[in-house]
Design a protein around this ligand. Structure first.
Ligand code: ASP
Length: 591
């Protein structure tokens, strides 16, 4: 149907006849001459119809935005003064000879010829139209280039692409499962994989040695801006390898993509133990573009009367930390109130602050509602420890350690953005030495990565002191986002059982849920480890998009639904009966 893509027609084709197909992007009537901009995935081309070619002129006159057309015409240089250097095809135009309307189009739900601020719901409802916009085309093409780099890199390094099942048993990664009822096994359910974790480990037991997959994963979590119920991982696993090798290999892959696609050299990635990340940045994925750090100040506040500070300062699970913000003295009361609300989201009950106006005058040179509670000497000792300077504002967090870390950690990132404190464009790092477990709200313990992660200690040590044990896990972090995470895995059955024991999983449950893994580990499992990257997040960072929904063709909304297909949808009784499912009637209050 065509000889060229619209966007590929250029000055090398002058005087030639070309045929192309596409969508009418814009139609203009210039005093008896019709101009059509016709668009396909490669770009736009300008076509001119003059009244001499009567039929073509009349058809061109009748087409509207987004009609699908096939056009034949002669390429010619644009008249002087009308060329457009910003367009690939800006030096030429096509003199239209024939135009065939392949299909009409109803008026689009939103204009596509130029940037318009369209609500996301409308964009998602008409996603197929939204994706005609050049910005969306660019992002998805970019994504395709990234996966192609990934495949090439991993294949060059001996990795095999192997698919793993979607209908499977639960693979714990800390989220809820999506369940699929079985028709053939009454009352039983498949779970969609939260990751291919166990299958990739079993592939190592099978001797495949190096595996990768661009894998769909499903996690039923409370959604945040950068989460989707189904998302894509670059999933990697290798045998007879240690953390140094796997980190070097995957760092090489990410660095190569940045170099080839953005011409950015990421350099050597620094390493930071988890404990340091939490202490200095309140986060296990610190954004190192922002120079602010949290500093502990509990030592000065244990003996004061003021319980808000003294309580957490004395509590072994509490924390009192300060965040010094150079130049922050300019922040208005109104902004401080907004920041107070902001830290409230993370459970902080307030946000104390001190502005440093003239430090040489001692407490007299400070401005704050809290100095009278802390006392002059303590205040000055804190100023000293922080190295406070004129023009600073100092924010304080005092609460349970988790709350202080989350609240001040998030505030640090928000201030970085609001005050534009970034010192560089890209700040990658590895976070290492994660603890094996963390405490849950109900006092139990749970695996920080997943329960297949190898601890850095012996089974005996792990049993004796589970909460202080470290794991052989590593996360790659970039600009405050976790790009990927992985670990060296447990390859011995006894160690795997120990971890399950420590997690309080009974022997029966171990057999029921993970019997196949425990079995496999006794038939000669190699030392192995791996990592998985979030592809959506990687592409989001590379393209500067502000949400992963912008780099996914058909994403779900914040409430885990698809507004276009209206999934999830209801199903009829017959289908439910086949699946042995009877819906519970909604209690009155819910309906
Ligand atoms: N399966 C892990 C995850 O999805 C990644 C890994 O350990 O390789 O987070």
């Amino acid at each position: 149907m065509r000889t060229h893509y619209c966007g590929d027609i250029n000055e090398t084709l002058i005087d030639q006849t070309v045929t192309f197909c596409g969508w009418v992007h814009r139609r203009r009537d210039h005093g008896g001459v019709i101009f059509l901009d016709v668009r396909d995935r490669e770009g736009l081309v300008q076509v001119v119809f003059d009244p001499d070619t009567v039929d073509a002129f009349n058809t061109a006159d009748s087409v509207r935005s987004e009609f699908v057309v096939q056009i034949t015409g002669r390429v010619r240089g644009r008249p002087e003064g009308t060329t457009n250097d910003n367009m690939k095809t800006g030096k030429i135009e096509v003199l239209g000879k024939e135009i065939n309307v392949v299909n009409k189009a109803a008026t689009p739900p939103f204009p596509l010829d130029g940037y318009t601020d369209v609500g996301e719901d409308i964009r998602l409802k008409y996603r197929y139209m939204d994706m005609r916009r050049p910005e969306m085309q660019e992002k998805l093409r970019f994504r395709s280039k990234v996966t192609s780099h990934v495949r090439r890199y991993l294949e060059d390094n001996g990795f095999l692409d192997i698919e793993t099942p979607i209908l499977t048993r639960a693979t714990p990664e800390g989220a809820r499962d999506y369940l699929v009822p079985s028709r053939t096994h009454e009352g039983s359910f498949f779970a969609l994989p939260q990751s291919p974790q166990l299958f990739k480990q079993l592939l190592m037991v099978s001797g495949f040695d190096r595996y990768y997959q661009i894998a769909k994963c499903f996690r039923d979590e409370d959604l945040r801006a950068d989460r989707q119920p189904e998302f894509t991982q670059i999933d990697i696993e290798a045998s007879f390898i240690d953390e140094e090798q796997i980190m070097a290999l995957t760092q090489g892959m990410i660095s190569e993509i940045f170099e080839k696609e953005l011409n950015v050299q990421l350099g050597e990635f620094p390493r930071m133990p988890y404990s340091e990340a939490m202490q200095k940045y309140g986060s296990d994925k610190p954004d190192l573009r922002i120079p602010l750090q949290l500093v502990d100040v509990a030592e000065f506040l244990q003996d004061i009367e003021f319980k808000v500070f003294a309580g957490p300062a004395k509590d072994p699970k509490g924390r009192v930390a300060a965040l010094r913000v150079p130049g922050g003295a300019e922040i208005s009361r109104k902004q401080i109130d907004d920041y107070t609300k902001f830290v409230g989201i993370y459970g902080a009950k307030g946000l104390a602050w001190i502005k440093v106006n003239e430090i040489e005058k001692g407490v007299e040179g400070l401005q704050s509602p809290i100095i009278k509670f802390i006392g002059d000497d303590n205040t000055m000792s804190i100023m000293n420890k922080l190295g406070a300077e004129n023009g600073d504002i100092i924010f304080f967090g005092a609460d349970k350690e988790v709350i202080v870390n989350e609240a001040l950690g998030a505030l640090r990132c928000k201030l970085g953005e609001d005050l534009n404190l970034y010192t560089c464009d890209w700040a990658p790092l590895w976070v290492v030495d994660f603890p094996m477990f963390e405490e849950t709200k109900d006092g139990g313990i749970t695996a920080i990565h997943h329960p297949f992660t190898a601890p850095s200690c012996s089974p005996e040590e792990l049993k004796a002191e589970p909460t202080t044990a470290l794991s052989r896990a590593y996360d790659m972090v970039l600009n405050g986002c976790e790009l990927g995470g992985g670990s060296i895995r447990i390859h011995e059955q006894s160690m795997q059982e120990t971890v399950f024991d420590v997690l309080g999983i009974s022997e029966e449950e171990q057999q029921e849920k993970f019997g196949f893994l425990l079995d496999a580990l006794k038939y000669g499992a190699p030392v192995h480890g791996g990592l998985a990257f979030g592809l959506d997040r990687l592409v989001m960072l590379l393209t500067g998009a502000n949400s992963i929904r912008e780099v996914i063709a058909f994403p779900k909304t914040q409430s885990a639904a698809c507004v276009m297909t209206e999934a999830p949808g209801q199903v009829g009784n017959a289908q439910l009966r086949e699946l042995h499912i009877k819906l519970r009637e909604k209690p009155k209050a819910e309906s």
